[in-house]
Design a protein around this ligand. Sequence first.
Ligand SMILES: NC(=O)c1ccc[n+]([C@@H]2O[C@H](COP(=O)([O-])OP(=O)(O)OC[C@H]3O[C@@H](n4cnc5c(N)ncnc54)[C@H](OP(=O)(O)O)[C@@H]3O)[C@@H](O)[C@H]2O)c1
Length: 295
Amino acid sequence: MSNRRIGQFSVSPVGFGAMPLSSGGSTTPSPEDAVAVVHAALDAGITLIDTADIYAPSWDTMGHNESIVAEALRTWSGDASTIVVATKGGITRAEGEQWGRDGSPEYLRAAAEASRERLGVEAIDLYYWHRPDRQRLYADVVETFARLKEDGVIREIGLSNANVEELQIAVDVLGEGELAAVQNEFSPQFNHTSWRELQWCGERRIAFLPWSPLGGTGGGAAELGDRFAVIAEVADARGVSPQQVTLAWELGLGRHVIPIPGASRASSIVDSARAMDLRLTADEQARISSALLRR
Ligand SMILES: NC(=O)c1ccc[n+]([C@@H]2O[C@H](COP(=O)([O-])OP(=O)(O)OC[C@H]3O[C@@H](n4cnc5c(N)ncnc54)[C@H](OP(=O)(O)O)[C@@H]3O)[C@@H](O)[C@H]2O)c1
């Protein structure tokens, strides 16, 4: 399957969501194993890594995930300059595991600069506003992202957890062609709202990146075949995993769709990467859409 576009970048159709490497739960791998999982993703042909400053086991280890990604790229045997790294800012974590939002220009600039330093890059390839700060005007915060790009701190702008109305505000502020990517939750079990944004992005050639594309780390991903008969049927007929069928279906929703499955084990992401070689027939694609899409 050929590469897909995120603004100026050409990336593999499936990206790697690095969040499960830093969850802090019992499945969190050691730092060495975490680096090996990233290497496995890259060796499998994935050229896009998704991280965020808040992906960390605890509030006082913010940046944990970005540091793993940086270490993995530094020690990978391949050409790391071909890998696109996306990170995010705008969510805060404080003592006592207090979560918050901060869309102020001062906070976002400091957060982007800290991420840039941890990733060890001159400019962040793709920087997302992670979640809206409802205390602020959406347009004002988008303006801050425009300044970060203008100043060379970031190369491309992304928005996450945004609805169509917010996306339209962003395009009005940034101008056509300046919003590179939208990252929203989208999976077989969760697509009732984000289907609208997926289509909106397709009409404007903006990349749409489904997060938790398999249904998340809480068990959804493992149970896809049990929960959705149509996925199990296609997987059995093709002799592939339900996770591969799910990702292939998402890829079939448009050339702008780039799912970013997460993994804490190398075997998971290596299997998911195989979805890049799985092309569903028009009939399989239509059957899955008709069973799963809540339009
Ligand atoms: N923007 C946002 O607000 C936001 C929110 C959440 C997530 N994200 C991003 O989206 C990425 C993906 O979401 P996610 O990690 O929450 O959920 P996900 O990709 O839907 O599911 C991840 C889980 O799927 C399992 N898995 C992956 N491939 C598999 C396969 N081929 N076979 C069997 N199991 C497989 C993994 O198992 P193992 O752990 O056992 O390997 C992992 O537990 C995150 O890593 C993060 O980068 C963004």
